[in-house]
Design a protein around this ligand. Structure first.
Ligand code: AMP
Ligand code: ZN
Length: 465
């Protein structure tokens, strides 16, 4: 298998530290709101990477954190007048719901930064001891110039960076020895969560979280570290500086970064009004479609979100699911008989094509193209007269590949809008006739179908839960 390694800017053969095992860390979301569809891209992609490694027989230890202490969380908590853990726990729960909808499997561990503070204090103390960090007035900084390899991931040069950051020196950050030094620990401010530390009450910087959680759950050296491309600098560069200065060993062998998701050709941003949460999208589309849409492009290519592309993804997904269901139906009535050697060989060739694409830096776009070819072959070659062993062979291959992409093939009975509207009208009629028992019964029936009703001045509004 080949992986494009951001560290060397080229594709490299994947060689795990421990044969047969993959240790993988992917930076998770900061939980101050519902996750947006940009956040969904690394979640879906790296979930697929994990699934493909498992398909290839690897045991994957997949760690993805929740950043649950951060300025944005504190701000949201202060606005609501609640503790910041109320905000972070709420949005961790919502994130899990979205992941379930996108069929993103839970990671092996989902550590929370606030539960790993001791490890952060230990690593910061170790960095101070090794002279890679220093404390000034309750703030601990990383001494960037001490780490000779600084810039190796992002390809940035310290002198250039310094020139670009000269303004920092005149904006009050002059207690740093160098404008590029970054914060490992910051002192508490009024109204903020804090922990006791050797440097006084305070909280950790963002970068140290991932170095520590990765070390705790995966060890000092890991195979793959992933995230969106915006994390290359400074987050991942700083993680390398922290982890490698502390352990004296190379941190992650492969660094993988997904490109950004844009909306109708422009950057998604709240101020431009083109910002969508996964929850927003789930009101219009099945999240399976969002997943399939994300995988239809190569992860290192920018991806544009648009209604047309989502429609195309829906059509493609329908084609696959219909073919799998048809094959399974045929299986139920296929005549007993041995597998057709020619047909199974054709299927094998397409499975090989799928593997070749995925082995080539997880080219999901080409992998899906191979799946479509297998779908076409199944549709044209299998019928009521095909032997049971042949149909079974196709069914297994289709299911296995669908599983790698996280495509759910057992479709639930679709609840049509017209059916819902008819039931609502029936309930209104019952209410008018003062038959409240019947009205309640219909409300319960709708609830069981995942439909929520809301009585408003404009009449009854409904939504899918
Ligand atoms: P954050 O919560 O901002 O720390 O982001 C969580 C993950 O989502 C990181 O891996 C980011 O790189 C990634 N991410 C954020 N915005 C986008 C986007 N528009 N497209 C793709 N990935 C993104
Ligand atoms: Zn991180």
């Amino acid at each position: 298998m080949k992986i494009f390694n951001t560290l060397d800017r080229k594709k490299e053969e994947f060689i795990p530290i421990e044969p047969g095992k993959v240790r993988m860390y992917v930076c998770g979301p900061t939980v101050y709101n519902y996750i947006h569809i940009g956040n969904a891209r690394p979640m879906i992609f790296f979930d697929t990477v994990r699934r493909y490694f498992e398909y290839r027989g690897y045991e994957v230890n997949y760690v993805s954190n929740y950043t649950d202490v951060d300025d944005k969380i504190i701000k949201a908590a202060n606005e609501e007048g609640v503790d910041s853990s109320v905000i972070s726990e709420r949005f961790i729960a919502e994130c899990k719901k979205d992941c379930e909808g996108m069929n993103v499997l839970p990671a092996t561990v989902h550590p929370k930064a606030t539960e790993e503070i001791d490890g952060m204090i230990d690593m910061i103390s170790d960095l101070i001891e090794k002279d890679f960090a220093y404390e000034v007035n309750g703030t601990v900084y990383y001494r960037v110039r001490k780490f000779r390899d600084y810039g190796k991931l992002s390809g940035k040069n310290l002198d250039d960076l310094r020139a670009g950051n000269r303004t920092l020196l005149v904006t009050g950050e002059d207690e740093k020895e160098d404008p590029m030094d970054f914060v490992l620990w910051k002192p508490k401010k009024e109204g903020e969560p804090y922990w006791e530390s050797p440097w006084g009450q305070g909280r950790p910087g963002w970068h140290i979280e991932c170095s520590v959680m990765s070390k705790k759950y995966l060890g000092e050296q890991i195979d793959i570290h992933g995230g969106g491309e915006d994390l290359v600098f400074p987050h991942h560069e700083n993680e390398i500086a922290q982890s490698e200065a502390s352990s004296g060993k190379p941190f992650s062998r492969y660094w993988m970064h997904n490109a950004f998701l844009n909306i109708d050709g422009t950057k998604m941003s709240k101020s431009l009004g083109n910002f969508f949460t996964v929850r927003d999208i789930s009101e219009k589309y099945d999240l399976q479609i969002l997943r399939f849409f994300m995988l239809s492009a190569h992860y290192r290519s920018p991806l544009n979100f648009s209604a047309e592309l989502m429609q195309a993804a829906k059509n493609g997904l329908d084609r696959i699911v219909t073919a799998v269901n048809r094959t399974d139906e045929l299986l139920g009535k296929a005549p007993a008989g041995a597998a057709d050697a020619e047909l199974t060989a054709q299927a094998d060739a397409l499975v090989a094509k799928f593997e070749e694409a995925m082995d080539d830096d997880f080219n999901t776009a080409d992998g899906i193209a191979a799946l479509f070819e297998l779908v076409r072959l199944a549709n044209s070659a299998l019928d009521e007269n095909t032997s049971a062993d042949t149909v079974k062979y196709f069914s297994e291959k289709l299911h296995t590949i669908c599983d790698v992409f996280g495509i759910i093939t057992d479709v639930k009975e679709e609840v049509l809008d017209a059916d819902i509207e008819a039931l609502i009208a029936e309930r209104q009629a019952a209410r008018k006739a003062r038959d409240f028992a019947k009205a309640d019964e219909i409300r319960d029936k709708l609830a069981a179908m995942g439909i929520q009703l809301k009585d408003t001045r404009e009449g009854v509004k409904w939504s899918r839960i």
